[in-house]
Unconditional design. Structure first.
Lengths: 354, 264
């Protein structure tokens, strides 16, 4: 389903939950609504579903305005955060509910249940009640129930929040695969950026009720449009006075410029590990943390604290050790503008050709 | 020491609950089977039991219907506004706080033959006070909170997500109530109904004030027992009391069963 939203606003009392949100979603896309808790993601989802009515703005499905349409008539599948399974019904009865309400013939209902049970890998569990299932199984029942009446749009509210970490990974890729196979337009809400980056075709970053940026995970990651997006995605360190860092002196010329540096922009090591020492700063290792596949290193340059990763293959560093730090790039912003800058000194100022 | 406390508890339990029932049972049989039989088959006892039965049926039906509806509105109607809901919520408990006799008196003062409403109604041929409608209203007042207080916590606990899910699947309110909400609250409603029936069977104060205790017209089983005791007609009083007690015990057993079903 093609979804378009124009100038969406919603207040709850004094609290502006959603302000002036606009976006379009193409058919068959999987969209992640990502942002901090209480940022208005769920309100947007509920307005799309018709469970909440917007104060102003339009919602269009296939170019047709649906503001006045009750949720029953919108043809949307909704997966709730805590699944909201009918607890007095078996798995099969849960899946059948939407079909019975729509007065499908009995034989067709039976067929559809079998199909969905197969699709969601719940064969053999049809007669179980929700309290007899694990979290992951409940999630899949909720998914099957929402899909049963063949909706054109699937909305998922924090679909993996209540599931433990290991199963969450499995379910994520399962969901991605399922949605690809069905080709159904889907929007899911999450506050977990790994989840959004891993699963979604496009991410919409929502903060304080506003849409900060919409783009592919790669665009969001590499080309953040607002300071909020830059600081929210990845594990950024905010540097108040970016001019202090070697290679970014130009930035200081513009007043009030701050910088964000991600761990992957930073390299630490001993002098012999760098080709161009003039671009590096010297710092002190303040902490190192073992992360299984790599070291997480915290370094201090003057009063600036940076974090970065270091391969286990390289010589180990120790707290208190003097090291060289190369900052490859930084995301810079001031009150009016934001941009990404490479380290100016990384390019050899006096190349010697032999 | 502990044994002493345990036996003391049992003794008090037996004295408070066991002894009266035994006393009623033996009292009812003081003149043998014929005494008991004549106690409950005399016309005034038959009429009183019939009155009690009618009140039980009417009150239970009205209270169940409106109790469930009010519970739903108090829990699920954000359009009522927080303040209003809080006020309504505390008003529901009023009958618990007010003595039934006072409740009955309020009805007499509001709808009695000397009041504006009462005289208007009696002129059009409807008697409220000293007639069945008044007794029903008095009993409704006393039993009003019972079902609401049973159903509300359950509604709050299950939340409205299942109902929203049903809505997204295309179900409209009537279907949602019967297929999603009702199965979750049905045993609480049954429990509330049992409490209502038990309370209605035993209600005395409010009914006495409102009914005027008129023989063959507004006398109920409890007020008949009261009158029999006043008239030193003890065997007959015990016989009717035993019927009431047996009804209550049966209800309590049923309630235990309903409770075990609800726990599932």
């Amino acid at each position: 389903m093609h979804v378009e939203v124009r100038g969406l606003n919603k207040r709850f009392g004094e609290f502006q939950a959603v302000s002036n949100v606009e976006f379009t979603i193409g058919k068959g896309q999987l969209i992640g609504l990502l942002g901090p808790s209480g940022g208005g993601k769920t309100s947007i989802l509920r307005m799309l579903a018709g469970l909440e009515s917007p104060d102003s703005g339009d919602i269009l499905f296939h170019g047709r305005k649906v503001n006045g349409l009750p949720p029953q008539e919108r043809g949307i599948g909704f997966v709730f955060q805590n699944y909201a399974l009918f607890k007095h019904m078996t798995v099969a009865q849960n899946i059948a509910f939407g079909l019975e309400v729509k007065k499908w013939p009995k034989a067709k209902i039976k067929e559809r249940i079998a199909e969905l049970v197969e699709l969601t890998g719940l064969v053999g569990f049809e007669k179980r009640y929700p309290h007899q299932l694990s979290g992951g199984q409940r999630q899949r029942v909720a998914f099957a129930r929402a899909l049963a009446p063949e909706p054109q749009l699937l909305l998922l509210d924090e679909p993996f929040a209540a599931i433990d970490a290991k199963i969450r990974h499995e379910l994520r890729s399962w969901l991605r695969e399922m949605i690809d196979r069905l080709g159904i337009t889907s929007i899911f809400v999450t506050h977990d950026q790994d989840e959004a980056i891993e699963v979604a075709d496009q991410i919409m970053i929502i903060n304080k009720g506003r849409l900060e940026q919409k783009g592919t995970p790669r665009e969001i990651y590499q080309d953040p449009q607002t300071p909020f997006v830059a600081s929210f995605i990845g594990e950024s360190t905010l540097i108040e006075d970016i001019g202090q860092l070697r290679g970014f002196a130009d930035a200081a010329a513009l007043g009030g410029t701050k910088g964000l540096v991600r761990p992957e922009y930073v390299e630490v090591g001993r002098a012999n590990e760098f080709a161009l020492l003039s671009a590096t700063e010297t710092g002190t290792v303040s902490h190192i943390h073992f992360r299984g596949s790599e070291w997480l290193v915290e370094v201090k340059i003057g009063d600036i604290k940076l974090t970065t990763y270091r391969s286990l293959e390289k010589p180990a560093l120790h707290p208190g050790e003097e090291v060289h730090v190369l900052v490859h790039r930084a995301y810079l912003f001031n009150e009016t503008d934001s941009w990404v800058t490479e380290n100016r000194l990384k390019v050899d100022p006096l190349p010697v050709h032999i | 020491m502990r044994k002493l406390w345990i036996s003391a508890t049992y003794v008090i339990f037996a004295l408070l609950l066991g002894a009266p029932i035994v006393r009623i049972a033996t009292g009812a049989w003081a003149d043998g089977w014929s005494g008991f039989a004549s106690g409950i088959t005399r016309p005034e006892a038959q009429h009183a039991l019939l009155m009690t039965g009618m009140i039980v049926v009417i009150v239970t039906v009205i209270n169940t219907l409106f109790g469930v509806m009010l519970a739903l509105y108090l829990v699920r109607a954000p359009w009522l506004g927080k303040q209003l809901r809080r006020v309504l919520n505390s008003i529901v408990d009023l009958p618990f706080a007010v003595s039934p006799v006072i409740g009955g008196l309020m009805i007499v003062l509001l709808l009695g033959p000397d009041t504006v409403i009462g005289s208007l109604l009696s002129r059009s041929g409807i008697d409220i006070v000293y007639a069945l409608p008044g007794m029903v209203i008095a009993t409704l007042f006393v039993t009003f909170p019972l079902i609401i207080r049973e159903v509300m916590p359950v509604l709050q606990e299950i939340g409205d997500q299942q109902e929203e899910a049903a809505q997204m699947l295309g179900a409209y309110p009537w279907t949602i109530f019967w297929r999603v909400t009702w199965p979750s609250i049905q045993w609480s409603v049954v429990y509330g109904v049992v409490l209502t029936v038990a309370r209605t069977l035993g209600e005395f104060g409010a009914v006495l004030v409102v009914s005027g205790n008129i023989l063959f017209r507004t006398q109920t089983a409890t007020t008949l027992v009261y009158q029999d005791v006043e008239n030193f007609n003890l065997t007959a009083a015990n016989a009717v009391a035993l019927v009431l007690a047996a009804g209550s015990v049966a209800l309590l057993l049923f309630m235990e069963w309903a409770k075990s079903r609800r726990a599932r």
